[in-house]
Design a protein around this ligand. Structure first.
Ligand code: PDD
Length: 286
């Protein structure tokens, strides 16, 4: 990737940006991240993404190196310097560079490492994937048990995505104890008799920012929401299914493990929710 990136206080061309091989983010995935969508050059759901960044850091005893205004300025600077109108901003905070490899956390004076970049992704709003719907395969959820912390420890998510692609699907849904937890990089939903069903929050899934906003918008639109677990069989027999994530917004799912969901086409509830989410979140974009 090219463009201007941020590393520890400096804005640099991507090819000049460097971090140490002793950085704990690199050696131990001892790092957290956030990804915020950009639409019309503005940040979607920004305060909620920052609140989750703060929580992820607190759960791992990493001091947040910046306040709200500094984070907002950093995001905006990257959007401006990279002329992003539609895309995303990625920020990562690691426990820093200790100059050695040791399991113990370093002393408090070692500052966290902060890296960030912005990516142009035209087509996240008028998305071909949303128009076509996704074909999903299910896979066992083999991740650690603190999936509520948005760490960069993403190897199983990457592997699961590849297994899904090799199986001819677009993405994977992860399953634990017979119930769907979430997608490889998104939250999972079904629609039954007009009701939106999604797994309740816990340590076993990421607390999606898109999920939180979407459920609020759905309730405001008098739609019924049930936060409970569902099985793969229930999902296959549902009227509709969909996923949410920062850059996927709401994207319909049309097939699960080779079985068509509903009509096998993107469903009206998912498409309506996508429209509501994009319209409403544009109003509060920063
Ligand atoms: N992924 N669940 C998982 C495992 C995720 O990785 C993500 C987001 C979500 C959705 O969260 P949100 O609505 O806050 O984006 C759920 C991001 C987009 C990524 O890793 O690129």
């Amino acid at each position: 990737m090219t463009g201007i990136v941020y590393v520890n206080g400096e804005y640099l061309p991507a090819e000049e940006a460097k971090i140490s091989v002793f950085d704990r983010g690199f050696l131990m995935a001892d790092a957290i991240y956030e990804l915020t969508a950009v639409v019309d050059g503005k940040l979607i759901d920004f305060p909620a993404h920052l609140a989750r960044l703060d929580r992820s850091l607190a759960e791992l005893d990493i001091v947040n190196p910046h306040g709200y205004d500094e984070w907002l300025a950093l995001h905006r600077e990257l959007v401006a310097r990279n002329a992003v109108t539609e895309g995303s901003v990625y920020v990562e905070v690691t426990r820093g560079n200790t100059g050695e490899r040791a399991f113990e956390y370093p002393p408090a004076e070692i500052p966290p490492t902060v890296v960030a970049f912005a990516t142009n992704r035209p087509g996240i709003v008028d998305s071909p994937a949303a128009a076509a719907g996704l074909r999903i395969v299910t896979l066992p959820d083999l991740r650690w048990q603190r999936r509520d912390i948005k760490t960069v420890q993403l190897i199983y998510q990457a592997q699961a995505k590849m297994l899904a692609k090799r199986a001819g699907a677009d993405d994977g849904w992860l399953v634990e104890d017979g119930f769907v937890t979430e997608g490889t990089s998104n939250n999972a939903y079904i629609v039954r008799k007009g009701r939106i069903v999604t797994r309740p929050l816990g340590n076993d899934i990421l607390h999606g920012i898109t999920r939180a906003s979407l459920l609020r918008f759905a309730r405001e639109a008098q739609m019924e929401v049930e936060e409970r677990q569902f099985t793969v069989a229930e999902a296959q027999a549902a009227d509709e299914a969909f996923i949410t994530s920062a850059t996927g917004f709401v994207t319909p799912v049309v097939e699960i493990d080779g079985t068509a969901v509903g009509t096998g086409k993107p469903g009206p509830v998912a498409l309506r929710l996508r429209e509501i989410y994009i319209d409403e979140s544009r109003k509060t974009a920063l």
